[in-house]
Every structure is written in C-alpha cells, then in structure tokens.
Design a protein around this ligand. Structure first.
Ligand code: ADP
Ligand code: ZN
Length: 216
C-alpha cells in the first residue's frame, strides 16, 4: 500500500512519467492528470484552446502557464482526487509550480512527494524517437525497447499504433532543450521543500518496487 498519494511526476519527456503512472494506476485508485493528454484531447475535439495548443506542441514549445494551470486547478478540485492523484507533466515551469501551490491552498490539498525520473539524454532520445502508442487505448510501446507482439498493432486492444508528431528527432531535441531551460529548475525548487524523490533506476520492475517502497 502507498500512503503518500498526492504526487507530481517530474522528468524529461520520455523519462517514464506516463509509463509509471499507468503502472501505479493499475494498482491504486489514483487520478491521472496529464496536461499533455488533456491538451491532445482538446486538439482532437477541435476546440479553440486545442487550435492554440497544437501550433505550440508541434514545435515542442510550451503552452502558456495560465492555460495549463487553469486546467489542472479545475481537475484537482473534483472530489475523486480525494483518493490521491498523479500530476504528470505539470508543473513544467517555476511559475506553474507557484500557480499550483496557490491552487492547492485554495482547495485544501497538498503534495506528498515529487518523483523525479532522472534519465540520461541519450536514452531519452532513443526512447522518444522509437515511441509509438495505441490510438484507441493509449498503451505505450517502443520499437526498440518494448515492441508490440504484432507490428503496428496494440497487444492490449488490437488498436492501430502511431508515432506522436512531436516525437520526431528534431522536435524531441527541442523538447529536451525546453525541458532543461524551463523545467530543470523545479528539481531544486522541490528539493528545497524536502519533497523530492529521485529515481535513477531505469529498469521497469526496479523502478516500480522503489516507488512502492518510498511512497509506502
Ligand atoms: P512528454 O512528457 O512526453 O514530453 P506531454 O504529453 O507531457 O509529453 O506534453 C506534450 C506537449 O504538450 C509539450 O511538449 C507541451 O507543448 C505541451 N504541454 C504539456 N504539459 C504542459 C505544461 N505543463 N506546460 C506547458 N505545456 C505543456
Ligand atoms: Zn490499445
């Protein structure tokens, strides 16, 4: 069982935030709040917000702080977050972290741990550019490290697999640069608050075991 369950997942794109969110969610009734997923849904639905976000995301740039902070604030206010939540991909700037703190104070919640997935650039780029996901259920595969049993087809639901447009080598490099410039300062930010839980393991089972132990 885990008792620390109001969580932020921090780390470069492709560091494993989505993968380990999914593994924890299989076992615990946490709410998964991925700003990337919310934005991709807005794009799919063709909303004004989606149109604005699409142009930025395609280039690997960040969506404005107040927009993503507003989305997260609304989601965190819902009652199902009483059971715990994972903020995946938010905050990504110090300003977003400040906005989050205000929002949490308003709704009477607090972060228990900030899990920092510390993975080397070289591995990140390999993972990102070989990443494919299921268009139906969102399951993540990797052409090198975790290929599907049948090419182009999801093991879980049989859906078609696709590469995210922002996982091209050029955009992946840009996202990594944006990460170092904007998001890396959050490591010190949360370390100073005594909330940081660094994870340097990369092997799946080891990471998961460590997570469960440290969040117990
Ligand atoms: P990954 O973590 O794999 O890079 P995400 O799905 O979290 O991908 O995000 C994809 C894109 O969505 C980002 O490159 C950015 O353009 C946008 N985005 C997601 N979350 C945020 C955020 N908190 N602030 C600004 N932009 C965001
Ligand atoms: Zn699927």
């Amino acid at each position: 069982m885990i008792s620390k369950k109001n969580l932020i997942f921090l780390g470069a794109p492709g560091a494993g935030k989505g993968t380990f969110s999914a593994m924890l969610l299989d076992k615990y009734p946490l709410v998964h709040i991925s700003t990337g997923d919310i934005l991709r849904t807005e794009i799919k639905n063709g909303t004004d917000l989606g149109k604005q976000a699409a142009a930025l995301m395609e280039k690997g740039n960040l969506v404005p702080d107040d927009i993503v902070a507003g989305m997260v604030r609304d989601r965190l206010a819902k009652q199902d977050c009483d059971n715990g939540f994972i903020l995946d991909g938010f905050p990504r700037t110090v300003n977003q972290a400040d906005l989050l703190e205000e929002a949490l104070q308003d709704i009477g919640r607090a972060i228990d741990r900030v899990v920092f997935f510390d993975v080397e650039d070289e591995l990140i780029l390999k993972r990102l550019t070989a990443r494919i996901s299921c268009k139906d259920c969102g399951e993540i595969f990797n052409k090198i490290f975790h290929p599907p049993q049948e090419e182009g087809k999801c093991d879980k639901c049989g859906g078609g697999l696709f590469q995210r447009p922002d996982d091209s080598l050029e955009t992946a490099r840009e996202r990594l640069r944006v990460y170092y410039e904007n998001t890396q300062p959050l490591i010190d930010y949360y370390s100073e608050k005594g909330l940081l839980l660094p994870i340097t393991e990369t092997q799946k089972e080891l990471v998961f075991r460590k997570l469960e132990k440290e969040l117990a």
